[in-house]
Design a protein around this ligand. Structure first.
Ligand SMILES: [Zn+2]
Ligand SMILES: [Zn+2]
Length: 123
């Protein structure tokens, strides 16, 4: 059920490091701070009432990194600006590799660290 495929270019060109998202899921859908005409007080009130993902102006909101965010509808792993660095940290050979994003306290919000799902197969 690998939804993310990392392509490592043979020539090492940074622009060639690409993660493709086969299927957008809750785990990889990006969130961005809601900057539409949003009533943060109403969201805070809902949160205090125990609803940590209140719906306002038709969208679900979650509190992240101190702000209220809504879904972007796009994968945050694919197209992440740190893809090249994160991929190089894995030291994978050129080719396509199933990966997932790492999560942990050592990572700041929005930082990308990739984990290889299957051991690399040597060509
Ligand atoms: Zn909003
Ligand atoms: Zn994805």
């Amino acid at each position: 059920m690998s939804a993310h495929i990392l392509t490592v270019p043979a020539d090492g060109n940074p622009a060639g490091f690409v993660v493709a998202c086969a299927e957008l899921t809750d785990d990889c859908e990006g969130w961005v701070e809601c900057i539409s005409d949003c009533d943060a007080d109403a969201l805070d009130a809902a949160d205090e009432d125990g609803d940590d993902s209140p719906t306002l102006h038709g969208e679900i909101h979650k509190r992240m990194d101190g702000g209220w965010c809504t879904r972007t509808g796009q994968c945050w792993i694919a197209g992440h600006p740190d893809t090249c660095d994160a991929a190089r940290d894995l030291g994978l050979p050129p080719g396509e590799h199933p990966v997932r994003a790492a999560y942990g306290d050592h990572l700041d919000w929005g930082m990308l660290e990739l984990v290889a799902i299957a051991p690399a197969v040597k060509a």
